[in-house]
Design a protein around this ligand. Structure first.
Ligand code: ZN
Length: 338
């Protein structure tokens, strides 16, 4: 067994790209159903199948179908609060130091919750756990019908910034609704000094990453297709742009067709600030430790490589300088003790 496997057992994990609604485990689902007065008659195995894709999933549609149930489990304030709380407790148990958990406040209104209600509920959950986490609010890709809701998300992010909210994001169908269409949403974010990451270079190509960077994004969700454009890669390196990669999710949604095709070595060798994240702990049935183990086995990562990946995450966090310094110190301490 490779030496670095032991290192991944260390308790200094960070996830910068983690969706709340995609990170619901079977016990969490049961608790959320109970809170929402929803009958779940499935066995644990059946429920697991409804929450997670099969190991051989290579299909975005199969992937997205898993969010049908999780959406129904997050329709009330109590459910959103509890989900946030339980996820943080889960991360603490798994040996994480810090996580940024994202969700789209405009997507939880089926029973009448406003965006503000949804945000306050999640922040209430955040405050109940001692685990260190930040909340990223996702705007949604879509047509004219989402425009006002997105601007509202930006204004609310500005209002709750520093009270648990740390940044904004743009999520949804990248191929159908190009990044360029959302320029005014992120112009407002810049005007209000709200930092942001954007899902780009996932279903759409390098042009989408270019658009996101031109808005002022300092991090890109996934961003793998940037490697198709050398000039863009140069810009990413020169400006210290962080890529939030999520290998298993990228395999399951067919952005890559094999773990071996994941451009990890190239990104590390080119000094790209690459981070490794779970995306959806429930739907993808993974966590950062598992992702790092997979990459270690395929690419023979050294302890120094893993340390670098975790330090990239610490440096790119939408957190205070004091918290980032603390994360860096704790990661370095774990590795020097190894
Ligand atoms: Zn994502």
């Amino acid at each position: 067994m490779h030496d670095a496997l032991a290192t991944v057992d260390q308790r200094c994990l960070i996830d910068l790209h983690l969706h709340l609604d995609g990170s619901i485990s079977v016990p969490m689902a049961r608790r959320l159903a109970e809170l929402g007065g929803m009958e779940l008659n499935d066995t644990d195995a059946e429920l697991g199948d409804r929450l997670s894709v099969t190991a051989d999933c290579r299909d975005l549609n199969e992937y997205l179908q898993k969010f049908d149930l999780t959406a129904q489990l997050l329709e009330t304030r109590a459910q959103l609060s509890e989900c946030m709380y339980l996820l943080q407790e889960d991360l603490a148990r798994r040996g994480y130091l810090y996580a940024e958990i994202r969700f789209a406040p405009q997507r939880h209104g089926a029973r009448g919750l406003s965006q503000r209600d949804a945000i306050e509920a999640v922040l209430e959950g955040l405050s109940r756990s001692s685990f260190e986490a930040g909340v990223i609010l996702c705007c949604m890709r879509g047509g004219e019908e989402v425009h006002e809701a997105n601007l509202e998300t930006v204004r609310l992010a500005s209002e709750y910034l520093g009270q648990g909210v740390v940044a904004l994001d743009l999520a949804g169908a990248e191929a159908l609704f190009p990044t360029e269409n959302f320029r005014d949403v992120f112009e407002l974010a810049r005007k209000l000094n709200v930092p942001f990451t954007i899902h780009a270079g996932e279903a759409d190509g390098p042009g989408s990453v270019r658009a996101a960077l031109s808005f002022g994004a300092t991090r890109i969700g996934h961003g793998l297709r940037a490697v198709e454009d050398d000039e863009l890669m140069e810009y990413i390196v020169k400006n210290g742009i962080t890529l939030e990669t999520c290998p298993t999710s990228e395999l399951q949604t067919s952005i890559i067709d094999d773990y071996a095709k994941f451009p990890l070595r190239r990104l590390l060798d080119d000094d790209v600030k690459i981070t490794v994240n779970a995306d959806n702990m429930g739907v993808s049935a993974t966590d950062v430790r598992r992702e790092l183990l997979l990459l270690t086995n395929i690419f023979q990562l050294s302890d120094a490589d893993i340390q670098e990946l975790l330090l990239n995450s610490a440096h790119a966090a939408f957190a205070s300088e004091a918290l980032k310094d603390d994360l860096v110190r704790r990661i370095n301490a774990e590795f020097s003790a190894a």
